[in-house]
Design a protein around this ligand. Structure first.
Ligand code: 2RA
Length: 330
């Protein structure tokens, strides 16, 4: 399988290469793509060295699959070029996610809607993926009515420069280039991405719109607040869920413990609950702190953590690619 990784030198691109190796994805030829300044740079993959190529050359090479993590502008311009060349594009940017004729996929939830004609497939936002992995099985049993989510997002979600800012500030160097409008070390910023309509950030709008498309259910409402915190291992989410139907807490725990890709960590008296440091480098979505909301009937609170670079991006994208092979779509 000829596979292009577009954005191969970025944080998600590097994790995609790692996950492709770990999962022994059937890559017969890797085409690492990055900006002009990186062309010719050597990338190690499965013990081989591959030279980074320009995106123009990558299209001409007609890969069967192209995994994109190179920003919206590159996806908007080049995903259609790859698709026209016959390539299946799996894109991590937000450009195609809410496009009416593009599929937005979390394999454990809705991979079955993918068809041969879907040459550009959107990977959901990282904080959306971990949220819907938990909402989906509970929606099937109890019918979601309203969801309120507050996120505590890793600086890795913003990229290497943000991690560099945090690390420099940790060492007392506040002269470093600021990616955020404020210091991030010892801080919490109620701003992930730019502010947009109604003074919500783009991140919050992604959380408030993408779940309905993935779950194919617009009968519930969702409100989000996305916060950036000086953490590296993954995104954490405090979620309040009101259901249409009554629920039993032990049944909720049983459903989640039996959900593929979800791991229950809910023994608070033993200090067992999900944390970003524990989730870092893993592909599961971890859920715990499951408890009734005493302020409202048919409502519970829970806590979700996942590595935003893995299940939140690279692993989910590669699971989509695995599905394409398994169903002989590619
Ligand atoms: C973030 N979800 O965490 C966004 C994009 N990766 O900043």
């Amino acid at each position: 399988m000829k596979v292009a990784v577009v954005g191969a030198t970025g944080m998600v691109g590097q994790v995609m290469l790692k996950v492709l190796e770990e999962r022994n994805f059937p890559v017969t030829e890797l085409i690492p793509v990055a900006s002009e300044k990186s062309v010719g740079q050597k990338i190690s993959f499965k013990g081989e060295k591959y030279a980074v190529v320009s995106i123009e050359d990558a299209v001409l090479n007609k890969p069967q699959i192209a995994l994109f993590s190179a920003g919206g502008e590159t996806s908007k311009k080049w995903a259609p070029e790859f698709a026209r060349a016959g390539t299946f594009v799996i894109d991590n940017s937000s450009v195609w996610r809410m496009d009416l004729d593009k599929k937005l996929i979390v394999p454990e939830i809705n991979a079955d809607i993918i068809e041969k004609s879907d040459k550009i497939i959107a990977n959901p936002n990282c904080s959306t993926i971990q949220l819907v992995m938990v909402l989906h099985p509970l929606n099937q049993k109890y019918n979601l009515k309203r969801v309120i989510v507050s996120t505590y997002q890793s600086v890795t979600g913003t990229g290497k420069a943000a991690v560099d800012q945090m690390n420099a500030e940790m060492k007392g160097d506040y002269s470093v280039k600021k990616v955020y409008p404020h210091e991030i070390f010892k801080n919490a910023l109620p701003q992930c991405d730019e502010f947009s309509d109604e003074d919500y950030t783009k991140e919050e709008w992604k959380l408030m719109k993408e779940p309905m498309k993935i779950l194919q259910d617009d009968t519930f409402t969702l409100s989000a607040t996305a916060v950036r915190v000086p953490v590296q291992g993954g995104h954490s989410e405090s979620v309040n869920i009101e259901f249409e139907n009554e629920f039993d807490l032990n049944d909720v725990r049983k459903i989640l413990s039996e959900t593929p890709g979800v791991q229950l960590m809910d023994e608070v008296k033993s200090g067992i609950y999900p944390t970003p440091l524990f989730a870092e480098g893993k592909d599961e979505v971890f859920v715990g702190r499951i408890r009734r909301d005493p302020s409202q009937l048919k409502t519970l609170n829970l806590w979700i953590v996942a590595d935003n670079l893995r299940k939140g991006a690279a692993t989910n994208a590669i699971q989509i690619a695995e599905h394409l092979i398994e169903k002989k779509i590619v």
